[in-house]
Design a binder for this molecule. Structure first.
Ligand SMILES: [Zn+2]
Length: 352
């Protein structure tokens, strides 16, 4: 089980770390595969591949066109005689759907909320931030430099120039069951957690689950839209399904204990952020206090990749708790938040 059948040997991950597992196509059961990308940091998102006798289903495309093309090229031996006829997007973040435009002939399935969420971030905007960060990282003002370094680390390996948002051709709400020849594929839409419309993809016969970004393994989960309670409910749903193999959105395969760790994180972070909110701390103060505490480190959460993402989660939760309008904050406010996050990353790097 989970044997790497097409390994790719790289000395470094896309974002420059030493790989902790091999990139490649892993066979999970007869006809079922996943393409795993170490170590699961920014844009290093996994894909699922379900093959039947005559056709295949791809779960999630990549963050840009080149990477999606490379993926298709590498899995060619498996899909040559059973071409991809359907793509499923687990949610609307670019690193899971910005390769959709390569599938003009195929059906693209996503929840209605995911479909709407695909328009929240524009490729042109990320390309502009990427260009700006290359310059900013050399400016000898700490805030500019940190902002540039942080964004360059995230966006540097990717190219959004040719990306055109390509929406789903089929949308669903709550639940959808499709077939890939003999394989039943069940799509469960969760209440808003990581994003609006997060979808779990489950294969009942093979007991395999593709979780999308409901699961980050050894990486810090980020709450773009929902609440810790909704996220915990989605994690409990995974436990209830009792899958034998769990493919997270980011990171290596995991088991129920790995799912439980995420529940621990959201219980801990949700509780402490709320405590800070009641005390009158702003989101930056709240996130910094928690992430820089000895307790956070003792819990093992500091060791997860990009622990500074707690600030995005804090900002989202504060919007809920302040009954702010559901619309997304302005781009200026978002950039200020990411700049604060880059500052927190610098402080955290001195502690780990
Ligand atoms: Zn992702």
């Amino acid at each position: 089980m989970t044997k790497c059948v097409i390994p790719i040997q790289n000395n470094r991950t896309r974002t420059g770390a030493v790989p902790v597992f091999t990139e490649g196509l892993y066979k999970l059961a007869d006809d079922i595969y996943s393409w795993m990308i170490p170590n699961g940091s920014w844009g290093e998102s996994n894909h699922g591949l379900i093959t039947g006798r005559t056709k295949s289903i791809l779960v999630d495309t990549a963050w840009d066109i080149k990477l999606t093309n490379t993926l298709l090229d590498r899995i060619k031996p498996v899909i040559e005689s059973k071409p991809i006829t359907t793509v499923i997007n687990t949610h609307g973040d670019g690193d899971h759907c910005w390769g959709n435009q390569l599938f003009t002939e195929q059906e693209i399935i996503a929840s209605t909320a995911t479909q709407q969420g695909m328009y929240h971030v524009k490729p042109e905007m990320l390309q502009l931030i990427k260009k700006t960060s290359v310059v900013a990282q050399h400016i000898p003002i700490p805030r500019c430099k940190h902002f540039g370094q942080w964004f360059n680390h995230m966006l540097g390996p990717y190219n959004y120039k040719d990306v055109k948002i390509t929406p789903a051709t089929t949308t669903f709400d709550k639940e959808l069951i499709i077939q890939c020849d003999d394989h039943e594929v069940v799509l469960f839409e969760m209440e808003t957690a990581h994003t609006e419309g997060d979808t779990l993809v489950y294969l009942p016969k093979d007991e395999i689950l593709f979780s999308g970004d409901i699961l980050f393994i050894q990486g810090t989960p980020v709450l773009w839209a929902g609440t810790p309670d909704n996220w915990i409910n989605a994690l409990k749903k995974i436990i209830e399904l009792k899958p034998k193999v769990i493919v997270p959105g980011h990171g290596y395969f995991t088991d129920i204990a790995g799912v439980q760790r995420l529940i621990d994180y959201w219980q801990y972070v949700g509780h402490h952020l709320n405590k800070q909110f009641i005390l009158g701390a702003n989101p930056v103060e709240a996130a910094n206090t928690i992430a820089l505490s000895n307790e956070f480190k003792a819990q093992g959460f500091l060791q997860w990749d990009a622990a500074e993402r707690i600030l995005t989660s804090a900002t989202t939760l504060y919007r809920h708790w302040s009954n702010a309008p559901p619309s997304k904050p302005s781009i200026v406010k978002q950039l200020k938040m990411f700049s604060d996050q880059a500052e927190l990353a610098v402080l955290l790097s001195k502690r780990s």
